[in-house]
Ligand binder design. Structure first.
Ligand code: THG
Length: 369
């Protein structure tokens, strides 16, 4: 089996050594960093996330820091979602598009102070993009990547773990709210958030030299709750409709096609890509849509998107397929032409020589039991 070389060319998170020592077996490259994707027991890790608590090295979810008098105006301008009303201490999930209207990221915007914002990003070069836009359009901001690395604590028992770790502050922050805190002198921002629907927190460590200490403290506290290391989980996130930029989208997908239209405020102020998104949808039938699908057939493990057809004609692709423990069947996400996106539509899939069929479903997977 081929392996990815671990070396100094790709950056490591402050939790990298701890996660490796804890037995991480699989990694992806995310924002030019290693990010663990498995500890070798996908079903066990799923079960722990659904019923217990797990701790994830998601240090590769970098922050792009925007500082200056125009910080809010700039964050708002590069976001499809309206951020003009977002309060300090609250996060808001927002799509970002380029000037062609193509989805380029889906960060969580976090105003740390009125004049200092973080975009907590998915996997693309948002800092470079923002430096370009700010310079070209004359915003009074500086854009940099600060020393900030999230550690996610996810699952139904995350609340108890983080309360034991950080105290009652946990009860004061609602979903997507955050505070700056210290734990034994380790500085961080704690937010009730994370890339699962099982509840939890993200601890944004703001001193990368203290990753091992924070990891050790979190695991020692979590022992009482049966904590174990975990990672963002493909099965859970597909069951629950969390987008994975790059996995689910290609280089010609706009935010509306990616299913993020509800987070695009087309009636609020101008933003990068707004006019292009409107133009792309002048003929909605010409567009494609990301849809949930049930998959039938003997699905092999996938390294690629698989082409789909209807009556032999090209009809988009199955971007990602996975076993769903909840539904006890294979499910996935497909990018298909709008004309084939209606629930109940069946498409043929060529899984590198294996014939599958997929059926579009409108019920969010998580609710369909
Ligand atoms: N945490 C942090 N940064 C991130 C992610 C994260 N950056 C990249 C990636 N994940 C972004 N993706 C998502 C997708 C969905 C949500 C969070 C991150 C999410 N959405 C809620 C929803 O859709 O209902 C809340 C939306 C809202 O109210 O604004 O939770 O996981 N730090």
């Amino acid at each position: 089996m081929a392996q990815i070389t671990i070396g100094s060319r790709i950056k490591k998170s402050p939790f990298h050594a701890a996660a490796a020592a804890a037995g991480a077996t699989h990694y992806t490259i995310y924002n030019r960093m290693y990010m663990p994707t498995s500890y070798g027991d996908a079903l066990g890790e799923y079960e722990r996330l659904m019923t217990g608590v797990s701790i994830w090295d998601v240090g590769a979810e970098r922050q792009v820091e925007i500082e200056g008098p125009d910080a809010r105006a700039f964050a708002d301008y590069v976001s499809c979602r309206d951020l003009s009303t977002l309060k300090v201490g609250r996060g808001r999930y927002t799509p970002m598009a380029n000037y062609d209207g193509i989805l380029i990221n889906d960060p969580i915007a976090m105003p740390i102070r009125e004049d200092l914002w973080w975009l907590s990003i998915a996997d693309s070069d948002v800092a470079l993009f923002c430096q370009g836009v700010a310079g070209a359009e004359g915003f009074d901001v500086t854009v940099r990547e600060p020393d900030v690395s999230p550690l996610a604590i996810q699952g139904p028992k995350a609340e108890d773990l983080v309360r034991d770790l950080l105290g009652d502050i946990v009860d004061e922050i609602g979903f997507f709210q955050f505070r700056e805190v210290e734990l034994q002198g380790i500085p961080m921002v704690v937010m009730r958030s994370g890339w699962s629907r099982q509840g939890g927190f993200e601890l944004f460590l703001t001193d990368g030299s203290r990753g091992q200490e924070l990891w050790d403290l979190a695991f020692a506290t979590g022992e009482a709750y049966g904590v174990a290391p975990g990672t963002p989980h493909q099965m859970e996130r597909i069951e629950n409709g969390l987008l994975s930029y790059r996995s689910d989208t290609d280089d010609d997908t706009d935010p509306v096609e990616a299913g993020l239209g509800k987070w695009c405020n087309m009636d609020a102020g101008d933003f990068v890509g707004k006019a292009a998104i409107i133009a792309r949808h002048e003929d909605p039938d010409a567009r494609k849509l990301l849809v949930n699908v049930h998959i039938d057939g003997d699905m092999p493990a996938s390294e690629n998107p698989w082409p789909a057809t209807v009556a032999g004609q090209p009809a988009g692709e199955l971007r990602v397929g996975v076993w769903s423990p909840k539904l006890e069947r294979n499910i996935g996400l497909a990018l298909v032409p709008v004309g084939h996106a209606a629930p109940g539509t069946t498409l043929d899939v060529d899984a590198e020589g294996v014939a599958l069929t997929m059926t579009v479903t409108d019920i969010p997977f998580g609710d369909s039991l």
